[in-house]
Design a protein around this ligand. Sequence first.
Ligand SMILES: [Zn+2]
Length: 147
Amino acid sequence: MPADFAGLDPTAQQNLMAALDELRRNRIRFNVTSAYRSPERQAQLYADRATNPYPVAPPGHSDHERGRAADLVLADESQRDAANRILAKYGWSQPLPERDRVHYAFGRQRSQTPTAYGQSPVDMAKQFSRALGDQLDEAVGAALFAA
Ligand SMILES: [Zn+2]
């Protein structure tokens, strides 16, 4: 099944396309194996998770379903750091570099400051609580996967 870019959040999609262009210009060869996933697709992957080398979040708990995740396989894994530096410029980062190195999420860099985002404190609080929720979701997903 080809990756569904059209289903991504528009800002995430724009930034991903720009990052992928820059990867190509830097001769980093890659394959995006998954982007947006419907809840049905996530449920199917979750049901088949025993055959997946990477963790799979339960349906309703994946950034892929929110249109803010993409899985990037590299032809040459030694280019991962170079790829990460490029992706980070466009707001894409690895939430789980150890366990799920192909998985990138958009807009989740914790190092960015409120002024960098230009957001109100209320928005920042919402964002932090959402980020925490995501982490908990992934912890739950990982625990279920391990079981
Ligand atoms: Zn993923």
